[in-house]
Design a protein around this ligand. Structure first.
Ligand code: DGI
Ligand code: FE
Ligand code: FE
Length: 193
C-alpha cells in the first residue's frame, strides 16, 4: 500500500472524528520529524496508522493481540484503553504488510510510552498530544515544548496522563512509569530539570 491507500483504508475503519485525528497526528508527526531530523515518511505512516484498531470491538482487539503472539500482563488485561495500541501494532504488521520495526513499535507504545524510546516512538507519542484538533487547556504549552525539546514535551504529556489516571484511581502501566523515569533521567543529563 502507498500512503494515500493507507489513508483511505483508515478512513473506512473509523468514524469521521477519529479519522481527522489520525490525519492530524500524521501531519504533526511529519512536522516533528522535520524538526528533529527523523524519517519523515515513517512518521507520516505511523501517524496515520497509530489508532487503526481504536474503533473495532474489544473482543477483536484481544483476538488480534492473541494472534500476534502477545500475552497481556495483568495491568494490560485490566486496562482496555491500552489494547488498541497493542492490537494496532500486530494489525499493521500482519494485515497491512508493515515490516519496519520502528513503525510497529511506535504504534505499540504510543499510549503508554516505554523506557529508551526511539526518536520515531517519541515523535508519535508527542504528535498524538499536539494534533490540530486537540483543544485541552495547555495544548499551546505542549506544542511549544514539542518543537523545543521532545523529552520535555514527553514529560509534560506523561505528567498529564499519569495525574489524570491517579485522579481517576486507574492503574498506571509499568511502561508509562518506566518512560517517565527514563525521560527525567534524559532531562537531568541535558541540564533541563
Ligand atoms: O487513542 P487516543 O485517544 O488518541 O490516545 P491514547 O492512545 O494516548 O489513549 C489515551 C487513553 O489511554 C486515555 O484514556 C488514558 C489511557 N492510558 C494512557 N496511559 C495509560 C492509560 N490507561 C491506563 N490504565 N494506564 C496507562 O498507563
Ligand atoms: Fe491511541
Ligand atoms: Fe491517537
Amino acid at each position: 500500500m502507498n500512503k494515500s491507500e493507507y489513508r483511505s483504508f483508515i478512513k473506512n475503519r473509523m468514524g469521521e472524528r477519529r479519522y481527522i485525528h489520525s490525519v492530524n497526528v500524521s501531519k504533526s508527526a511529519i512536522e516533528l520529524a522535520k524538526r528533529y531530523d527523523a524519517d519523515v515518511e515513517k512518521a507520516e505512516i505511523a501517524g496515520i496508522l497509530h489508532d487503526c484498531c481504536k474503533e473495532i470491538p474489544k473482543d477483536e482487539m484481544l483476538q488480534i493481540i492473541k494472534s500476534g503472539g502477545i500475552i497481556l500482563d495483568a495491568a494490560e488485561k485490566s486496562s482496555s484503553k491500552l489494547w488498541h495500541a497493542i492490537a494496532g501494532s500486530v494489525y499493521v504488521r500482519d494485515n497491512l504488510g508493515i515490516l519496519d520495526e520502528d513503525i510497529i513499535n511506535s504504534i505499540r507504545f504510543h499510549t503508554t510510552g516505554r523506557a529508551n524510546m526511539s526518536l520515531l516512538e517519541k515523535i508519535i507519542f508527542t504528535a498524538d498530544f499536539i494534533s490540530a484538533e486537540r483543544d485541552y487547556n495547555d495544548v499551546d504549552v505542549m506544542r511549544e515544548k514539542a518543537f523545543n525539546d521532545l523529552d520535555d514535551a514527553m514529560l509534560y504529556g506523561l505528567q498529564f496522563t499519569i495525574s489524570d489516571l491517579t485522579n481517576r484511581k486507574l492503574p498506571i502501566h509499568n511502561n508509562a512509569i518506566h518512560c517517565y523515569n527514563d525521560i527525567l533521567c534524559n532531562l537531568e543529563k541535558k541540564g533541563l530539570l
